[in-house]
Design a protein around this ligand. Structure first.
Ligand code: NAP
Ligand code: 3JN
Length: 341
């Protein structure tokens, strides 16, 4: 059978922060969409969203939503992925899932196209490909080229994560709290356990018995799976900060072989999907506000860690909703249609 010219695509979670961005990214990258099917909860059924200038109705996500669908992009939460993604795959769609539901399943590839594009081919096992957590994606885009030349032994990461990572309600909550503060009123609070405006919360996702949060352990386990090296030691502290868009990360690595800061800058300048922004004398370093709307990962403050023999510090920033979720998923779909479907 010949290659299709266009594909029927479903977006599950189409009304959400990630889903709406997926629709935009499909348009921008001119993904060859024949029909688009927009799916969300019962609450959104009948709403209309725009795709390439046309109004498209949103339908309720059910197990029967995937007849005739070639590619299903999921961003409706892990519970919906567990319930509906296998049904989508059984209907013949290839699922690209944005949730944590299947990321650590050994029969499901976990893919960042700049790092392990070849793993896409493993989709045939279950018809599902997992998209990693946003904080993991931007870190591995930066670290894979370093691992290839110097061998990363240990990673210590602290994140500064935007509220958009928690979805639409959290974006609204930060804005409402800032407005209330300026108006001298009491700040409303429902999404986070504490005020997020003018504050930092060392708490993303729920706490685990080992004292880490789930978000922190996602960074540990997903990094090893994507890079394909379980010997890399990773420790993470994930922090929610009062920023709307763009996750930032302070990353310290220890390598087997020495790599100088100058060599590393040259290496990263050539790395796929990376932009080096590193001229401290001119106050130039990656900023969340500059990453918004971009698909690259920005790296700066690259310097040798003077406390150990083979150590590097750097600052890594990306648009968490684009490269951290929607764009990465669409890039995976592009590899699928280019090589496999
Ligand atoms: P959001 O803005 O709150 O949107 C949630 C979406 O899920 C909405 O479209 C919502 O539909 C839909 N939904 C909720 N319950 C549903 C149900 N019972 N049946 C069908 N659809 C339902 O959240 P978001 O930020 O877009 O994130 C959505 C999910 O994407 C997250 O839970 C997470 O799994 C994943 N995500 C991944 C990353 C990453 O790191 N790669 C980053 C962010 C999010 P309604 O509008 O009808 O309620
Ligand atoms: O908090 C962030 O900045 C990223 C959030 C991701 C997220 C939010 C809710 C549920 C995830 C995820 O992708 O890991 C999940 C989940 O699917 O577990």
């Amino acid at each position: 059978m010949g290659k299709k010219a266009k594909y029927n695509v479903a977006v599950a979670g189409a009304t959400g922060a990630v889903g709406q961005c997926m629709i935009k990214v499909l348009e921008e990258r001119k993904f060859p969409v024949d029909e688009i099917h927009l799916l969300a909860s019962e609450r959104s059924a009948g709403k209309e969203l725009s795709f390439r200038g046309d109004k498209v109705p949103v339908a309720r996500l059910t197990r029967d939503s995937f007849k005739g669908i070639d590619i299903a992009l999921f961003s409706a939460g892990a519970a919906r992925s567990l319930e509906f993604a296998p049904a989508a795959a059984a209907s013949g769609a290839v699922v690209v899932d944005n949730s944590s539901a299947f990321r650590m399943d050994p029969d499901i590839p976990l893919v960042v196209p700049e790092v392990n594009p070849g793993d896409v081919g493993l989709y045939t096992k279950k018809g599902i490909i997992a998209n990693p957590n946003c904080s993991t994606i931007q870190m591995v885009v930066a670290l894979k080229p370093i691992h290839d030349v110097a061998g990363i032994k240990r990673i210590v990461v602290s994140t500064y994560q935007a509220v958009s990572g928690t979805g639409q309600k959290a974006i609204a909550e930060l804005e409402e709290q800032v407005r209330a503060y300026v108006a001298g009123k009491e700040m409303p609070r429902s999404v986070y356990p504490h005020q997020i405006a003018f504050n930092c919360l060392p708490h993303i996702d729920s706490f685990l018995p080992n004292g880490y949060t789930k978000e922190e352990m996602k960074m540990v386990n997903e990094t090893r799976k994507i890079i394909g090296d379980d010997s890399i030691r990773v420790t993470a502290t994930t922090v929610r900060v009062p920023v709307f868009w763009g996750h930032s990360e302070s990353v310290n690595i220890e390598t087997e072989k020495k790599i100088t800061a100058d060599k590393l800058k040259e290496l990263l300048k050539k790395a796929p999907g990376v932009v080096v922004v590193d001229d401290p004398a001119q106050n130039l370093y990656p900023l969340a506000i500059h990453a918004v709307g971009r698909d690259e990962t920005f790296i700066g403050r690259i310097r040798e860690d003077e406390s150990i023999a083979n150590g590097i510090n750097m600052w890594i920033v990306a648009d968490n909703i684009r490269k951290g979720a929607a764009t990465n998923a669409v890039q995976i779909a592009e590899i699928l249609i280019e090589k496999y479907l």
